[in-house]
Every structure is written in structure tokens, then in C-alpha cells.
Design a protein around this ligand. Structure first.
Ligand code: ADP
Ligand code: MG
Length: 688
């Protein structure tokens, strides 16, 4: 089929490597990639030559190191292959040195204090486990080389470096545990499938909404009569314009070797989802960054705008990024209940390790979902709450309970589940995925972390998840190593203790309910409601020591991330506050004032003329508009004051914005529809 032929066409794929590289070089490079090893420097020049020839054949004129700085996005700086030789002549050159490393001015990227001003250089270094690819534009193409981004001290200025470090940590800990189970040395793979939610709006509307343009979300807008109450959008038939968009997105992604698989309408009107097949976690994170870029660009080509903000519209569902994570050893998914007692014991051990990890470090997991945008989404009665808990499904919960109680579950036989001896009852897959309110749910053969925001880089949360799982696997190994006697008995006793200690993190009920907030508080689970609270754990000594122990983040690296998150939060809210003020004063007020003064004149005239009817209607409306106008004035003053405080007060700004919004949204229903200066929700959400 055509599509299959084009799959991976824009990637320096295995096929391209075989065509453009000598066999021995291709073999070495492919082995490097498959086994996530470091590149043998002696083949760098040959790889670079082959890659360049391939890129030239693909129409590329430039190359760039492609990296993920702490802005949350991706970065590139293009250099052409061109090198002058002789008189007005040029060659296309690219060396192993160009491929492996680059030097770039890092001074304009956020570093949270990691990069001292006298040393503004940053370095990029090729990550050979993620293949090079071609990015096309109207006038040509660029060879993109995925790289890490470091300061001259070696400190990570990006998200990829700590991700790769965290993968190493899990790999090491998994190998250690598997050895205890008598398994042969094999390849550990950590997999991620990230479902991406997004909104699409018509570009015409977008351009007339300064708030969307500047902040990605609407700071004003009354709820339309119909929004998502009828539940008629989710999985509904996809409109032709949107289908055209989705198809184009998929074609582009497939060319980039990104396995886009599922597409559907989401819950909110104008909201959609794209899910790729899961891949190796490092590649999946890179691919998610590209997915976001392709979504945005394709939308633009079709006169649409793709919104990746977590809450572009108040009152309807926000957008998340569900990160499906799993761990495999020697090709066997350790989160899949096995076919024999030995595999089941491994499965239950890894499961218990994750339960322990999430219970001990839910605060750290929460840090990765912080942000001005996601604050509006988490706990907003449609997205998982800010409290982290685990959903296991009935069957697994019962098995865990039986291990805890030291007996086999009632519904089956009377004996307890004996690890390494008993088989597990088959777990029906479909019953594990029914709880949509849980932030961290077991879904058959993987965990699904649903709290990350739509705009986030998956690596953020995956770094933490990997690290805490590594620590838990190690903790189990540490214990097993000092226990004497039969391995299975020891394991049984250990898991029983673990479950007993950490079962408070398990919750199968409705995560949206107020009862859960109370219950969670009783259980001592943290409820970190907003960004300042959520990022605070990054400064905890115990957390910093954990990252340092696993070599994932040094103390200064983690502090820099705290710094950046904090600044980002303050800046975003300041921008939102300023744009809200500008819209309220510059766009809304003139319209309301104009309508009010026209009314006042009309009332005066009508009274003068002694009209009997209509005057009371005019008066009633003018009273409402007048009150709204006064309110608008006062609330703008309040917001202005909050914005001008010497010590930044994002929470204060948010409160005043909310207050101002109430007035503006009320006025939206009072003012002549044809005069209202902003496109309304009912237009933006339904006409595309
Ligand atoms: P749902 O919408 O019900 O959550 P989807 O089928 O849309 O589920 O998405 C599930 C995601 O989980 C897909 O990206 C899929 O590839 C991924 N996935 C499946 N198995 C694994 C696994 N072993 N490891 C990681 N991700 C997985
Ligand atoms: Mg999901």
C-alpha cells in the first residue's frame, strides 16, 4: 500500500542506513540503536557521510541539532552543508564532528542559574538511540539530529539528558531484580504510549482573540447554552474538515516514522485525540514533541489553529496527555500477568514496587504535572484530581488484598496466593480500564498516568516515574538480599509487608468526589492543589538525594528546574493578567459604554416625548449595563493593583482575573451580539 511505502521515509531508517552505509558500519550503528549503547567514535565520520548523502537526496540543504531545552519546546539552529571551495564554487560537507557534537550559545535558554553568565556556551551531543530525520518546509528540508543539551560543566540544560539517565537507572535495577528471579541477562525496555488531546478552532476566530493568541487560553467567554452536556461529541462521527486535518497529520507523522494509530473526537466540542502505538520511551518522548509540532503546523495550513493548552475554554473539558508506561525484560512485559507462577511472581513484584514508589513519591510525580495551564485542569471535575492515587481494578485489588491478608481471595480457592507456586486467575482486560477519574491507573498491561498536561513534554513525568521505580526495585532487592531461607517465602513475606504499608495509595472510587478529598486527607496523601504547592517538593532534601543517588539530577540541576518552573508560572500569569486587563479596558469597556450612553440618550428622548411604552425596558437594561460598567471599572482597578504589586502575586492576579471574568461574561449576554468584540464560545467551539 502507498502509505506503508511512505512510512519512515523522512527518517534515517534501517533501510536508509543499509543503502547509504557500508555493511559493517550499518551493522554497528543499528546495534548501537537497538541496544541503546554509545556510538563507536571510529565510525562517526562514515555515518556522517552516509547520513549527509541520504539527506541531500531527500532535498535537505541544512542540518541542525534538535534538542529539548527547558522552555518546554524544542530548539534548532540550522547550518547549511555548504562550504565554499575555489572561486564561486561550493561543496556540501558534513563531518563526524558535526554529527556528534555542537556548540551553541545557550545564554537565551532558561537555565535556572545553571549556566553562569560568563560562560554562555552550551553543547549539544548526538543521541544515537533516536534516529535522525528530515523536516520539510515549502522551500526545502533540514536534517535534524536529536541531541542532548548540556552546559560546559556537564549540567543538563534539557529534558532528554535526565530521561536517558533515568532509563539507565531503571535498566540497572530491573536487571538486578531479574537476576534474583534467576533470569538470564536480557534487554530491558521501558515503553511509552502518549495519548495527545487537543482543540481545533478556526483561525479567523483565533486571530480575533488576543487572549488565545497571547496565552493559549480564553480569559473571558460565557458558557454557551449547549456545550458538552449532551455527550454527543465523544467518539462522534468526525466532520470532513477535521478528518482532512487528521489524515494530513497522520501522513506527515507516518513519514517521520511515528506510528500514529488512533484518532477520535474527545469529550468537549472541538476537542480531539491522537494516540500513537507505544515505543521505546526515549523515542516516544521525541515523537510526542514532533506530534505537537505537526499538529500545530498542519492546522495552520488548513486555516485552523491547534490549541495544546490544558484549559483553553472554561467550563468544558481540558486537554491532557495520558502517558502509558510499561517495563519489559527480554521482550516480556513485566506488567502483564504471566502464564506461569514464576512470571506471576515477577509481575506481582514489579506491581508492588510501583505501588510502593508512587506512595512514597506521589509528591514528586505531582511536581511533573505542575504549570499555570494544568492548574485549571487538574481537579476541575473532568480531569484527575491533584491527589495522586492508584487504580488497580477489582481483580488485581482482590489479589493484592489476598496477599496482604495472607490468604487466597474468597471468590476463588481457599488457599492464599503463593508466589512462585500459584497461577493467577486471568485478568479480564476490559474491567481494568473503567475508572476514568484516577490519575494513575493500571490498564491491563501498563500504567496510565493521566495527570500530565497536553502541552507538557512527556519526559518530565517519565523521568520521575523511572527514578522512583528504580529506587523501589532496588529497595526490594536490598531486602531480599539480607533475607535467609526460601526465595519464594521471602518474597511472599516482603510483598505482604509492602502492600500493607503502601495500600493507602490504592483507590478505586470516584476521584472527582469531595468524599475522596476528605478520605485522602485522612490517609495522609498529599493534595498539592496548585503550581507553587506542587513544585515545592523539588526543594526537599530527601527528593534531591533520591535524584542524586540515581544520577538523574544533581542538586543544582533540580534546583534550576524548580527556579524555571516558578518563573514560568509567574510570567504566564502576569501575561494573562495583562492581556485580560487590556481586553477589558480596550475592547469590552468601549462597547459597553457606547451602548449605555446610547440607551441613556434614548431614555431621555423617550421620556421627553412622553412615550408610554418601552421606557421601563430601556431603563431596566440601562441599569444592568450601568452596574456592569461600574463593576468593570472597579475590577479592572483591582486587577491592575494586583499586577503592580512589588512582590509578584500570581495567586492574587488569578483571583482578580476570575472576578473580572464574572463581570465580563455577564456583560456578554447583555450587549448587542453584533457589537461584542470577541468571538464567542458557541462560535469557536461549534463552527470549524
Ligand atoms: P485509552 O484511550 O483507552 O486510554 P488508547 O488505546 O487510546 O487507550 O491508548 C492506549 C495507549 O497505550 C496507546 O498509545 C498504546 O500504544 C499504549 N500501550 C499499549 N501497550 C503498552 C505498553 N506495553 N507500554 C506502553 N504503552 C502501551
Ligand atoms: Mg487513556
Amino acid at each position: 500500500m502507498e502509505t506503508v511505502k511512505h512510512y519512515g521515509e523522512d527518517v534515517f531508517s534501517e533501510k536508509a542506513m543499509r543503502k547509504y552505509l557500508a555493511k559493517s558500519v550499518a551493522d554497528k550503528l543499528i546495534a548501537t540503536m537497538k541496544e541503546s549503547k554509545a556510538l563507536d567514535p571510529s565510525i562517526a565520520d562514515e555515518v556522517a557521510q552516509g547520513m549527509k548523502n541520504w539527506a541531500l537526496d531527500m532535498g535537505a540543504t541544512h542540518f541542525t541539532h534538535w534538542f529539548q531545552p527547558l522552555t518546554g519546546g524544542t530548539a534548532e539552529k540550522h547550518d547549511s552543508f555548504l562550504e565554499p571551495v575555489g572561486i564561486a564554487m561550493a561543496d556540501m560537507k558534513f563531518s563526524g564532528k558535526n554529527l556528534i557534537g555542537g556548540e551553541t550559545d545557550a545564554s537565551s535558554f532558561p537555565s535556572g542559574g545553571l549556566r553562569s553568565t560568563f560562560e554562555a556556551r552550551g553543547y549539544t551531543a548526538w543521541d544515537p538511540t533516536s534516529p535522525a530525520f528530515i523536516k520539510r518546509h515549502e522551500n526545502g528540508a533540514t536534517l535534524c539530529i536529536p541531541t542532548v543539551f548540556l552546559a560546559y560543566t556537564g549540567a543538563a540544560l534539557d529534558t532528554k539528558t535526565p530521561l536517558l539517565r533515568s532509563v539507565q537507572a531503571v535498566t540497572k535495577a530491573t536487571e538486578r531484580l531479574m537476576k534474583k528471579f534467576g533470569q538470564k541477562k536480557a534487554h530491558t525496555s521501558i515503553t511509552l504510549g502518549a495519548e495527545q488531546e487537543y482543540f481545533l478552532v478556526d483561525r479567523e476566530y483565533y486571530l480575533r482573540r488576543p487572549d488565545l493568541l497571547q496565552t493559549g487560553r480564553t480569559v473571558f467567554g460565557a458558557a454557551p447554552a449547549k456545550h458538552q452536556q449532551l455527550d454527543d461529541h465523544y467518539f462522534g462521527s468526525i466532520r470532513p474538515r477535521i478528518l482532512k486535518f487528521m489524515t494530513e497529520v497522520e501522513h506527515r507523522l507516518w513519514k517521520l516514522g511515528i506510528p500514529a494509530k488512533t484518532r477520535h473526537n474527545e469529550v468537549a466540542p472541538a476537542q480531539f485525540e491522537l494516540a500513537p502505538m507505544f515505543e521505546d520511551i526515549n523515542l516516544a518522548c521525541d515523537h510526542n514533541m514532533l506530534i505537537m509540532e505537526v499538529l500545530r503546523q498542519t492546522a495552520e495550513n488548513l486555516g485552523l489553529v491547534c490549541l495544546l493548552h490544558e484549559k483553553p475554554f472554561d467550563g468544558v473539558n481540558g486537554s491532557g496527555k495520558h502517558c502509558n508506561w510499561s517495563l519489559a525484560y527480554g521482550g516480556k512485559n513485566l506488567l502483564s500477568p504471566g502464564d506461569n507462577p514464576q512470571e506471576n511472581a515477577m509481575f506481582l513484584t514489579v506491581l508492588s514496587a510501583i505501588i510502593r514508589a508512587v506512595d512514597l513519591h506521589s509528591d514528586l510525580l505531582r511536581t511533573t504535572t505542575a504549570g499555570a495551564g494544568n492548574d485549571h485542569r487538574l481537579g476541575a471535575n473532568e480531569a484527575p484530581p491533584a491527589i495522586i492515587s492508584i487504580f488497580l481494578g477489582d481483580e488485581l485489588t482482590e489479589i493484592m488484598e489476598s496477599i496482604d491478608a495472607g490468604r487466597r481471595s474468597r471468590s476463588r480457592t481457599k488457599a492464599k496466593v503463593r508466589l512462585g507456586v500459584d497461577s493467577l486467575p486471568p485478568l479480564p482486560k476490559d474491567t481494568t480500564d473503567r475508572n476514568r477519574t484516577s490519575p494513575f491507573a493500571f490498564t491491563g498491561n501498563k500504567f496510565e498516568f493521566r495527570a500530565p498536561g497536553a502541552s507538557h513534554n512527556c519526559a518530565q513525568s517519565m523521568i520521575v516515574l523511572n527514578t522512583i521505580v528504580a529506587e523501589s526495585l532496588d529497595a526490594i532487592c536490598d531486602k531480599l538480599e539480607v533475607m535467609k531461607g526460601d526465595f519464594n517465602d521471602n518474597l511472599q513475606a516482603l510483598l505482604q509487608r509492602l502492600i500493607r504499608k503502601h495500600k493507602r495509595i490504592l483507590f478505586s472510587g470516584d476521584g472527582y468526589s469531595g468524599d475522596w478529598t476528605e478520605e485522602a486527607a485522612k490517609r495522609g496523601l498529599p493534595n498539592l492543589r496548585d503550581t507553587p504547592m506542587a513544585i515545592a517538593p523539588l526543594m526537599d532534601r530527601k527528593n534531591q538525594e533520591l535524584f542524586a543517588k540515581y544520577g538523574v539530577f544533581s542538586k543544582s540541576e533540580i534546583e534550576s528546574r524548580y527556579e524555571i518552573a516558578h518563573e514560568d508560572y509567574e510570567r504566564r500569569i502576569r501575561i494573562e493578567g495583562e492581556i485580560a486587563l487590556e481586553i477589558a479596558r480596550g475592547m469590552i469597556r468601549p462597547v459597553v459604554a457606547d451602548e449605555f450612553s446610547k440607551l441613556a440618550t434614548a431614555i431621555g428622548q423617550a421620556t421627553k416625548d412622553g412615550l408610554k411604552m418601552g421606557v421601563s425596558g430601556l431603563k431596566a437594561l440601562s441599569l444592568k449595563l450601568g452596574a456592569g460598567l461600574d463593576d468593570l471599572h472597579v475590577k479592572c482597578e483591582h486587577l491592575e493593583k494586583a499586577l503592580s504589586r512589588k512582590l509578584a502575586d500570581p495567586q492574587g492576579v488569578l483571583r482578580e482575573m476570575d472576578d473580572l471574568r464574572k463581570t465580563v461574561d455577564k456583560l456578554e449576554h447583555l450587549v448587542d451580539d453584533t457589537k461584542w468584540p470577541l468571538p464567542k464560545y458557541r462560535e469557536m467551539l461549534f463552527i470549524y
